[in-house]
Design a protein around this ligand. Structure first.
Ligand code: MSP
Length: 651
C-alpha cells in the first residue's frame, strides 16, 4: 500500500429505533465491523458509517403510546443501541441520526434541488397504508385485505404527495445492473431486481406524506414531510457533509466502496438510491451487498415477530467474542443462517474452547514445562513442518482473498484450518516424547516454535474479527494486537527468547445438555419478567407533565354540528360543518365507525379550534372534535353537560 492510503467507505443501513434490539439487529453491524477492522489493518483509510433512521409515523405513534415526545423516546432507544455497539466493540467512525440538524438541512436542500430541476413533482396518491410497516400497498398486493408483510389491518388513504421521477431512470438502472456485475451482489439479487422490478417497469415514487408530522418538512410546502427513502438513503452522503458547508469528507470518501444490508432492503439500495444519485449527478456506490437473515426456526429474528434473542444476555453469559464469532461464522454469507441455542453452544465448545483454547493451553504449558517459559528459537527441522509452516505463511493471503469477496465465514474457516492443522501437528510430533530425550531438544524447540507461530499469526488475523480472544492469546507472547498487519502475518516473526506465559482457560468447556436446560429456564424467567412489565404498563400511558402555559395554548370552544357527511373513499372519516359562534368550519373526524352522519346533526361538541389545518383524504380539516375512548374501543363525542351557546370558551 502506498503512503497515500487507499480509502474504504463502508456502511450499514441506518436502524429503525422502534423496538427491542435483538441478535438479528447485530448481524449487519458485526459483519461490517469485521470488514472495516480487516481493511484498517491492511492499511486502508477506512470510514465506517452506521446510525439510526428516526422519522415516520411508526415512531410518532410508538412514542405517543408511551406518553413520550418522539425525540425523548428516540434518545432512549438510540442510547440503548449505542450501548449495544459499545458492548460488541463496533468500531464505527460515525453514527448518524436522521434527526441530526445537519442531516435535516441537507435533505431539505436535496429535496428542493430535485424539485427545482423537475425530478420531483406534485400529484396525488391512493393506496392501502400499513402504519406499523409504513408501507403503501395496492389492493391486489393485500393478503385477505391485510398487510402482506405483517398481516395487520390497513387503511385506504388518499393524499396529495410529491413524486420522484423514478421511471425516468429505468433504462439507466437496467444498464447498471446488467452491465456492471459488481454493483449488486450476490448475483442472485441482480436477477431478482431485474425480473421483479426493473423489467416489468418502474413507477414514480411517492416521496412525501401529509398524514403525519414526524419527518423533515418539505422546504417549499411544509404541510408535507419528506417520506422515508429520500430521508433515509441520503444519510450515506449527508454523514460525509454533502449539502453542508464542509463537505471535505464527502470529497474524500465518496463513492462508498460497500453498502451492506439485509436482502429485504436491497431494492431500495439498488434501484431508488442509484436513481437519486443519478438525478443529483453524484457517482454511484461501488458495491451494494444484500446478505441473508438470521433465522430462529424458519422465521427472521425480528422485533415485530417477537422472537428476539437478546445479545446483551448472550454476551454477558458467554462473552462478546462468542456472540461475534457465532454471527461471523455460522451464517453462510449471502444466504440465511439459523440461530439455535445448541448451534451457538456447539460453536463455543468446538471452535473456541477445544480447537483454539486447547492449542493455546497445550503450547504455552509445554513452553513453560520444557523451556522454563522462554520460547526457543527453531532448530532441527523435519519434513512434517513444511505443511504447517507454509500454511501459516500463506494464511493471510487466503483470509484476505475471502474477505475481498465478503466471504467472512470462509475467512474464519481458513484460520481454523491452520489451528486444526497445528493441533494435529502436536499429535504427529509428540513433544512430550521428544522432551524425555536430551538429544531431541533441538527438535522440540522447532515444534514449540512452530506451534507458537501458528497461534500468533492466527491471533493477529483474528484481531479483525474478535476483540478479547486475540488479545489474550497475544499477551501470552508479550504482544498486543497490531494496528496494521504488516509482515506480522507471515511465518517467522517470533525470534526465540520471548517470555511465554502459561495461558489460563481461554473458554470454559460447556456441558451443552445442562446449559440448554439453563437457557430454557432463563428464557422463561425473561418472558415472565417482560409479561410482568407489560401488566404494569398503565392502560392509559402517562403523558409528560405540562405547565399551565402549555395548556393555555389550546383554544377550546363549544361547537354545534350543523352538517355531516362521509368522506369519499374513506371508511373511517366523517366531514362535519361545525358552527362555533358566528363562524362555520369544516372538521374531519375518524368516527365513522361510531356515528351515522345524520345522528350527529344538532349535537354540541368540544372543539380544539387552533390546531394547524391538515388535509385528510383530500379534505382540509380546520380543527378537532374531542372524543373519549374506553379500553374496549368505544368512542364518544365529548359534549358540555348542559345546553350552552356555541362558541363558548372551554377552560
Ligand atoms: N431503516 C431501514 C434501513 C434504511 S437504510 C437507508 C431498516 N432498518 S432495520 O432496523 O429494519 O434494519 C437494519 C439492518 O438490520 C438491515 O440490514 C436488516 O436486514 C438487518 N436485520 C434486522 N433483522 C435481521 C435478521 N434477523 N437477520 C439479519 N439481519 C437483520 O431496514
Amino acid at each position: 500500500m502506498s503512503d497515500q492510503a487507499k480509502k474504504y467507505y463502508i456502511t450499514t443501513p441506518i436502524y429503525y429505533p422502534s423496538g427491542k434490539w435483538h441478535l438479528g439487529t447485530c448481524y449487519t453491524t458485526v459483519v461490517c465491523d469485521a470488514l472495516a477492522r480487516f481493511k484498517r489493518k491492511e492499511g486502508y483509510d477506512v470510514f465506517y458509517l452506521t446510525g439510526t433512521d428516526e422519522h415516520g409515523q411508526k415512531i410518532e405513534k410508538t412514542a405517543e403510546s408511551k406518553g413520550m415526545q418522539p425525540k425523548e423516546f428516540l434518545d432512549k432507544q438510540v442510547g440503548a443501541l449505542i450501548d449495544l455497539w459499545k458492548l460488541l466493540g463496533i468500531s464505527y467512525d460515525k453514527f448518524i441520526r436522521t434527526t441530526d440538524e445537519y442531516h435535516k438541512k441537507a435533505v431539505a436542500k436535496i429535496f428542493q434541488k430535485l424539485y427545482d430541476q423537475g425530478d420531483i413533482y406534485k400529484s396525488s396518491y391512493e393506496g392501502w397504508y400499513c402504519t406499523p410497516c409504513e408501507s403503501f400497498w395496492t389492493k391486489s398486493q393485500l393478503v385477505d385485505g391485510k398487510c402482506p408483510d405483517c398481516g395487520r389491518e390497513v387503511e385506504l388513504t388518499k393524499e396529495e404527495s410529491y413524486f420522484f421521477r423514478l421511471s425516468k431512470y429505468q433504462d439507466r438502472l437496467i444498464d447498471l445492473i446488467e452491465n456492471h456485475p459488481d454493483f449488486l451482489l450476490p448475483k442472485s439479487r441482480q436477477n431478482e431486481m431485474l425480473n421483479n422490478f426493473l423489467r416489468p417497469g418502474l413507477q414514480d415514487l411517492c416521496v412525501s406524506r401529509s398524514s403525519f408530522r414526524w419527518g423533515i418538512p418539505v422546504p417549499f410546502d411544509p404541510q408535507h414531510v419528506v417520506y422515508v427513502w429520500i430521508d433515509a438513503l441520503t444519510n450515506y452522503i449527508t454523514a460525509l457533509g454533502y449539502g453542508s458547508e464542509d463537505d471535505s469528507l464527502f470529497r474524500k470518501y465518496w463513492p462508498a466502496d460497500l453498502h451492506m444490508m439485509g436482502k429485504e432492503i436491497v431494492r431500495f439500495h439498488s434501484i431508488i438510491w442509484p436513481a437519486l444519485l443519478m438525478a443529483l449527478d453524484i457517482p454511484l456506490p461501488k458495491e451494494v451487498y444484500g446478505h441473508g437473515w438470521l433465522l430462529l426456526g424458519s422465521e427472521k429474528i425480528s422485533k415485530s415477530k417477537g422472537n428476539i434473542v437478546d445479545p446483551f444476555e448472550l454476551s454477558a453469559r458467554y462473552s462478546v467474542d462468542a456472540v461475534r464469532y457465532f454471527l461471523l461464522r455460522e451464517v453462510p454469507f449471502g444466504s440465511d443462517g439459523m440461530y439455535t441455542n445448541r448451534a451457538f453452544l456447539t460453536r463455543i465448545n468446538t471452535d473456541l474452547c477445544n480447537s483454539l483454547g486447547n492449542l493455546l493451553s497445550r503450547t504455552t504449558a509445554m513452553v513453560n514445562q520444557y523451556f522454563g517459559g522462554v520460547l526457543p528459537a527453531p532448530d532441527v527441522k523435519e519434513a512434517v513442518d513444511d505443511e504447517l509452516t507454509s500454511m501459516i505463511d500463506g494464511l493471510f493471503d487466503r483470509v484476505r482473498d475471502n474477505m475481498d469477496k465478503l466471504l467472512v465465514p470462509e475467512a474464519l474457516h481458513e484460520i481454523w484450518t491452520v489451528i486444526g492443522r497445528a493441533n494435529k501437528y502436536i499429535d504427529e510430533t509428540t513433544p512430550w516424547i521428544l522432551a524425555k530425550d536430551p538429544a531431541k531438544q533441538g527438535r522440540l524447540a522447532t515444534v514449540l516454535y512452530n506451534l507458537s507461530e501458528a497461534l500468533r499469526v492466527s491471533a493477529v488475523l483474528l484481531s479483525a474479527f474478535l476483540i478479547e480472544t486475540p488479545a489474550k492469546i497475544l499477551s501470552c507472547f508479550g504482544l498486543e494486537a497490531p494496528a496494521r498487519f504488516g509482515d506480522g502475518v507471515r511465518y517467522g516473526k517470533l525470534k526465540g527468547g520471548e517470555t511465554v506465559l502459561k495461558a489460563g482457560k481461554l473458554y470454559e468447556r460447556i456441558d451443552i445438555e445442562k446449559e440448554l436446560i439453563a437457557m430454557e429456564k432463563r428464557a422463561e424467567e425473561l418472558a415472565a419478567e417482560s409479561a410482568k412489565k407489560e401488566e404494569q404498563v398503565p392502560e392509559t400511558p402517562k403523558k409528560a407533565t405540562i405547565q399551565y402555559d402549555d395548556f393555555a395554548k389550546l383554544d377550546l370552544k363549544v361547537g354545534k354540528i350543523v352538517a355531516a357527511e362521509p368522506v369519499k373513499r374513506s371508511e373511517k372519516l366523517l366531514k362535519f360543518t361545525v358552527e362555533i359562534g358566528a363562524e362555520r368550519r369544516t372538521i374531519v373526524s375518524g368516527i365513522a365507525k361510531y356515528y351515522k352522519p345524520e345522528e350527529t346533526i344538532g349535537k354540541l361538541v368540544s372543539v380544539v379550534t387552533n390546531l394547524a389545518p391538515v388535509k385528510l383524504c383530500g379534505v382540509v380539516s380546520e380543527g378537532m372534535l374531542m372524543c373519549a375512548s374506553d379500553a374496549d374501543g368505544k368512542v364518544v363525542l365529548l359534549a358540555p353537560e348542559a345546553e350552552v351557546a356555541s362558541g363558548s370558551e372551554i377552560s
